[in-house]
Ligand binder design. Sequence first.
Ligand SMILES: C/C(NCc1cnc(C)nc1N)=C(/S)[C@H](O)COP(=O)(O)OP(=O)(O)O
Ligand SMILES: [Mg+2]
Length: 565
Amino acid sequence: MKYTVGQYLATRLAQLGLNHVFAVAGDYNLTLLDEMAKVEDLEQVYCCNELNCGFAGEGYARSRVMGASVVTFSVGAFSAFNAVGGAFAENLPLLLISGAPNNNDYGSGHILHHTMGYSDYRYQMDMAKQITCEAVSVAHADEAPCLIDHAIRSALRNRKPAYIEISCNVANQPCTEPGPISSITNSLISDDESLKAAAKACLDALEKAKSPVVIIGGKIRSAGCAVSKKVAELTKKLGCAVATMAQAKGLSPEEEAEYVGTFWGEISSPGVEELVRESDCRIYIGAVFNDYSTVGWTCKLVGENDILISSHHTRVGQKEFSGVYLKDFIPVLTSCVKKNTTSLDQFKAKKIPVKQVPVADGKAPLTTVELCRQIQGAINKDTTIYLETGDSWFHGMHFKLPNGARVESEMQWGHIGWSIPSMFGYAVSEPNRRNIIMVGDGSFQLTAQEVCQMIRRNIPIIIILINNSGYTIEVKIHDGPYNRIKNWDYAGLINVFNAEDGKGLGLKAKNGAELEKAMQTALAHKDGPTLIEVDIDAQDCSPDLVVWGKKVAKANGRAPRKFQT
Ligand SMILES: C/C(NCc1cnc(C)nc1N)=C(/S)[C@H](O)COP(=O)(O)OP(=O)(O)O
Ligand SMILES: [Mg+2]
C-alpha cells in the first residue's frame, strides 16, 4: 500500500487501538482529513467547536491509550489549546493535530487568512510548546514519519499532550510505510539499581512504622487502569487503611475492607483526617498537593518519614530515587512488603456509624441530599460518573462506589463545562457503560452544544443538570453580582438540538417524586442522551463546600508579599 503523510498519521493512531479521532473542519485540514479517512477503523467524529473537540479527545484518552483531535490553523487551534492545557494538567496523552499553511508560504512574506496578519506563522508552534510535552511541524513529507512517531511516543511516555501541525499541501504527499508500533509503545524501563534501592528504603521505613496508611492521588489516573489494579494489589498485601484524595475518587476499589474514604483535610470522610494525621508513615501514591486538594494549604500532611511515589520517581523519607517508574515499582513493592493492619484496626475501632439518608417527601422541593440519594441508587459496577467543577465535586465524594464503577473529574485544571464534551469523547469509546454527568447550570452554559453530538450518535448519556441559579462555588469563595447567570430552559434545549430527527430527552424535576420518574425514564432511554434539569435552591449546597470555600478564599486573600529591597 502507498502511504501519504495523512495516512501514516492515521495508521499510527489505529495501530495504537484508537477507533475514533475528533475533528472540526477548516480549509487548512481538509486534505489531511481526506487522507486520514482512507485508513480503516479510524472513524472521524465531528464536534461543534474546537474547545469541545479538544475535550472530547481528552475524554477519549481517559478510556484509551490516547485521544486525538484535528483542528484548523490558528482559529481552531487557539480554542483547542484550552483543552490541551487541561490534558497537560490532568496528565492525559491528547494528540492535537492542526492543519497549517502551504509550505510554499513559509518565508514568502505572504499574509494568510486565519493568521495573526503577519507572515511569520511560527507563533502557533511556540504556543503549543508551552502546553505540550512535544510539538512538531511537518512541512516536508520525507521527515513526516520520524516527527509523527516522536510526538506520539513522547505523549505516551510522558502521559502528556503532544502537538503536530501539518502543512495543508503535505498531508496528501507520499511517504514511507509505518513500521511496528512497538517502536512507539515501548515504555521507558526503570533504572534497576534505583528500583532495588527504593524498595529497600521503603521496607526499612515500613519496618520502623507503627501505623502506615496509603493515600492515593489523582496522578495514577493517567497511568491507566492496569496501574490502578497493581496499586490495589499492593494495598491488599499491605492490609493498612487506604484513602483516596478527592482527585483520585474512584481509583481505589471502595468495596475492599482496607478502603476508609476520602482524605481531603477537614472535609475528609469521617475519621480519615485523624487517621492520616496520626500515622507515622504515610505512603502517598500519585498525590497532587495543590491549593484545592490541601483545602487552602491547611492539610498538606507530608512528614519526614513519609513515602511519596510518583509516576517516575519516589521519595522515601529523606532519600530520592529517580528513574523509578510507578508501573514497575508498585509490583516490586507488592512482592516484598509485610502486612501491617494497625491503621485499619484503629479506624475500625472508632466504629464510625454509616450515615443513612432518609427518603425525602416526594412532594417537597428537591434538595441536594435527595438528589444525591437518588443518583447513588443509579450507580452500579458499570457506571462512570463525571463530576463537573462545582458543588458536584463535593457531593461526588460521598458516593459509595461498587467495584468497577469509575469517577472522572478535572480537579487540577477545573475548566467549567469540561464534563459535557469530555464525557462525549469518553462515551464514544465506552458507549455501553452507564455514563452519568453531574453538572451545574453555570458550567453547562460553556459547552452545551456537544449534547447535539450525543444525540447525533444516539449515545445514552444521563446529564443531571443542577440548576441552582448560578456559580455556587464562587458564591462560597467570594460572592458578587458576577456569580448570577441568565437562566435557560435547559430541558427545552434538547428539543432545539433534536431538530427533526433527534432522540434526546429533556426532563425537569422539582421534587423527589418527579426525579424518581425522570431517573427511571433516563435509565430506560437507550437511543440518546437524557438531560434531567433539577431545580435546587441557590442556598442549598454541600456543607463541605462551605468549609472549603472559606479556606480557599483565605488562601486567595493572603496579603501581598513585601517587596524585597
Ligand atoms: C465560574 C466558576 N469557576 C470559574 C471558571 C471560569 N471559567 C472557566 C473556563 N472555568 C472556571 N473554573 C465556577 S466553579 C462556577 O461556580 C460553576 O458554576 P456551576 O456549574 O453552576 O456549578 P456550581 O453552581 O455548583 O458552582
Ligand atoms: Mg450553579
